[in-house]
Design a protein around this ligand. Structure first.
Ligand SMILES: [Zn+2]
Length: 155
């Protein structure tokens, strides 16, 4: 259990690095959890897709923010990056929100469970099932906030 937990937490590091460079967080998280040793240097070496870049809404490739035509698929993308982001979110907000919520609840449960058994094993303190409970609630609260943001977003 602890090994799995550590892998999941370590995976967050390359995932955050890659996310800052405009890459997919979930993919990199999985990648980092599975092969952290490879994923971290890979993430660090990634070419940054910072504020000067945006994602083509048609083919999802990273292109320059000033581009009005995608160099990958040739589509017209003459909108600001903010608008592009809105377009992307509009596509399937419920699917990504549901996935995000599920992940945060499962993560909360896993972290709580891992901490419970770690406390028991390393410090001999019996916390089970309270840490599991606390972190599961945190996961539910986090997912609730995501849903709230989706519902209250202006159309
Ligand atoms: Zn494109």
């Amino acid at each position: 259990m602890e090994v799995l937990l550590i892998a999941v937490l370590l995976g967050l590091i390359p995932a955050m690095v890659a996310k800052n460079k405009g890459r997919n967080f979930a993919n990199w998280w999985l990648y980092g959890a599975l092969i952290f040793i490879v994923a971290l240097p890979h993430a660090l070496l990634l070419k940054a897709a910072g504020p000067n870049f945006k994602k083509c809404p048609f083919c999802a490739e990273i292109i320059k923010a000033e581009a009005i035509k995608c160099k990958h698929c040739g589509s017209d993308v003459g909108v600001s990056s903010g608008q592009t982001e809105k377009l992307l979110v509009k596509e399937r907000p419920w699917v990504s929100t549901a996935v995000l919520s599920f992940v945060s609840i499962v993560m909360g449960g896993l972290i709580g469970y891992g901490l419970d058994s770690a406390m028991e094993k390393w410090f001999g303190i019996h916390t089970s099932p309270w840490l599991l409970f606390v972190f599961a609630v945190l996961g539910i609260v986090a997912s609730f906030r995501v849903f709230l943001r989706l519902v209250t977003r202006k159309q």
